[in-house]
Design a protein around this ligand. Structure first.
Ligand SMILES: [Zn+2]
Length: 248
């Protein structure tokens, strides 16, 4: 028998049973296991964890637990200075490419409008999704905790909210993306790159009122979808203001 004590910090408590939150939990194991398996047995995906201390020393996921160990588990927390110890999630988190699971189409569209690179396909199996994450080194966004627990997934984030606007805020906060938003550079429909288009070149694709009232156009280089400096723009600008100024 191996007796260990484990405590989860900050938002990692979202994942665990209410009676285990924010306190030292005693657990008896009848066989030796890794820290990763121990953590995930509480329902916490390893992708959410950035720092593990075993008896006060930083440890990685493969570390095997021993009798009497006291284990502290911390989430990814950008403003938390842990430079003296070993972070488990790779740094720096820049120019990230995301892939959203098939329930997160609205989130994908909204992130793209902010210029973030988000792959999304409707009918894709879990295995195909995981393969794309691994092969293309993308960050998996999912509401499926089991998917994030797969061993091969290095980087991912479990979306908490059901509201797409709140989901975008979660992702921006978690990956510290507020300085990397480039609105109107990416197509909400297909993730293609937008470029300025002459009005004459896209005239045939426009509704009569749009032809009449708007002058500045962008077109997706992949699917040809046209965006114009009208309702699209003001809605997105409002959206950006809302979460960059107030919430972040
Ligand atoms: Zn497109």
């Amino acid at each position: 028998m191996i007796n260990v004590s484990i405590r989860f910090y900050e938002e990692l408590n979202d994942f665990i049973r209410a009676d285990c939150r924010k306190k030292l939990i005693e657990r008896q194991l009848n066989h030796c296991t890794t820290v990763k398996d121990l953590i995930e047995s509480f329902g916490v995906p390893h992708t959410e964890v950035d720092l593990i201390l075993v008896n006060g020393n930083s440890a990685d996921f493969a570390c095997r637990v021993n009798d009497g160990d006291i284990i502290s588990v911390y989430p990814v927390f950008e403003s938390f200075d842990i430079s003296e110890v070993t972070r488990l999630q790779e740094r720096p988190l820049r120019n990230l490419q995301f892939i959203a699971d098939c329930h997160l189409g609205k989130l994908a569209g909204k992130m793209r409008l902010l210029g973030l690179d988000v792959e999304f396909r409707n009918a894709v199996s879990d295995d195909e999704l995981v393969a794309a994450v691994v092969n293309d080194k993308k960050v998996l966004l999912s509401r499926d905790r089991r998917l994030l627990m797969r061993k091969v997934i290095d980087r991912g984030y479990l979306i908490r909210s059901q509201n797409p606007d709140e989901q975008v805020t979660e992702v921006i906060r978690r990956f510290d993306l507020s300085s990397q938003l480039h609105p109107f550079t990416r197509c909400a429909r297909c993730n293609g790159i937008l470029e300025r288009a002459e009005k004459n070149a896209v005239l045939h694709l426009l509704e009569p009122k749009t032809r009449l009232y708007f002058e500045v156009f962008f077109q997706c280089q992949a699917c040809q979808q046209v965006y114009w400096q009208g309702s699209h723009f003001s809605a997105i600008e409002e959206f950006i203001k809302r979460f960059t100024v107030k919430e972040l």
